[in-house]
Design a protein around this ligand. Structure first.
Ligand SMILES: NC(=O)c1ccc[n+]([C@@H]2O[C@H](COP(=O)([O-])OP(=O)(O)OC[C@H]3O[C@@H](n4cnc5c(N)ncnc54)[C@H](O)[C@@H]3O)[C@@H](O)[C@H]2O)c1
Length: 270
């Protein structure tokens, strides 16, 4: 039976090292901040280096431990250098969060080869490169937790984001397969499939032609989504970050190969 101290100890990431890709914005930023608040030293990687640096600086200003790095996950050499830096500087690697991703709009009949290649390169190969580099170290050093970011699009097909959904579905399969390969080394691999969260990525649905966010359009898009969601709201980056914390911490030490879907109940609605 737990008392308050033992429960806090299970959630705590004190002394652990975490990597977060896509840490410059949205769900990645919230996840990096949450892992740091739980005590981890967080390596924040993002294609836009200044955003990764600013996330890390914000975390440090709140008393956390974080390092910001420029990182293109589609480049295996950069991924290896990112993972090796975290290990060299802290001597360990416990948590790897594949949160960086990109979205494109297309129907299956209209997918171009260029779009397919680019989306595979970032959403699938990028996450694979991180999982390989982190997974190798974790397998040889007592275990760890790898967390991949999929989407509700893998549970409820959406007609306009075909390539995106295909790459995210592949990520779910990569997770399941890897989990049965590395479980014996104490490495857990899980996927999160978030529901709709207003972020830079999803702001495309309410961005005016001049590139600014249109408040009226935003309300028009979000209101019906919230109305039809069983929990009557869309998500926040923190909603997803809390799922990341669960999968990163020892709270989920018996959980691997799973798909966790914080989505307000929407994927269950037909
Ligand atoms: N927001 C949602 O509703 C939602 C829903 C389901 C899944 N997701 C997934 O959650 C993840 C985070 O999305 P978000 O909504 O926070 O988006 P976001 O656009 O706010 O953040 C994505 C971050 O990834 C970075 N990035 C893109 N390509 C990269 C690359 N090659 N290397 C390194 N960094 C790169 C971007 O610079 C950006 O900072 C994505 O994988 C997305 O598919 C989001």
């Amino acid at each position: 039976m737990h008392d308050q101290n033992s429960l806090q100890a299970i959630i705590s990431l004190e002394g652990r090292t975490a990597l977060v890709t896509g840490a410059g914005s949205g769900i990645g930023k919230a996840s990096a901040a949450t892992l740091a608040a739980a005590g981890a030293t967080v390596y924040c990687g993002d294609l836009l280096e200044e955003t990764a640096q600013s996330t890390a600086a914000e975390i440090r200003s709140l008393g956390g431990k974080a390092v910001g790095c420029g990182l293109d996950i589609s480049d295996r050499a950069q991924v290896n250098a990112f993972v090796e830096r975290a290990i060299a500087e802290t001597g360990r690697l416990d948590i790897a969060c594949n949160i960086a991703g990109m979205m494109s709009e297309s129907k299956v009949l209209d997918i171009t080869e260029g779009d397919l290649d680019q989306m595979l390169q970032v959403n699938l190969k990028g996450a694979l490169f991180v999982s390989q580099a982190a997974g190798k170290f974790m397998s040889e050093n007592g275990g760890g937790s790898i967390i991949n970011m999929a989407s509700t699009a893998v549970l409820a097909p959406s007609p306009d984001i075909a390539v995106y959904a295909m790459t995210k579905a592949a990520l779910v399969q990569m997770t399941k397969t890897m989990s049965v390969e590395v479980g014996k080394y104490g490495v857990r691999v899980n996927t999160i499939a978030p529901g709709f969260v207003p972020t830079k990525m999803t702001s495309r649905y309410y961005t005016a032609p001049d590139g600014t966010e249109d408040a009226a359009m935003k309300e028009m898009v979000l209101k019906p989504m919230a109305k039809f969601a069983p929990l009557r709201r869309v998500g926040t980056p923190d909603d997803i970050a809390h799922a990341v914390l669960y999968l990163a911490s020892d709270l989920s030490s018996f959980v691997t190969g799973q798909l966790l879907a914080p989505n307000g109940g929407v994927a269950g609605v037909s």
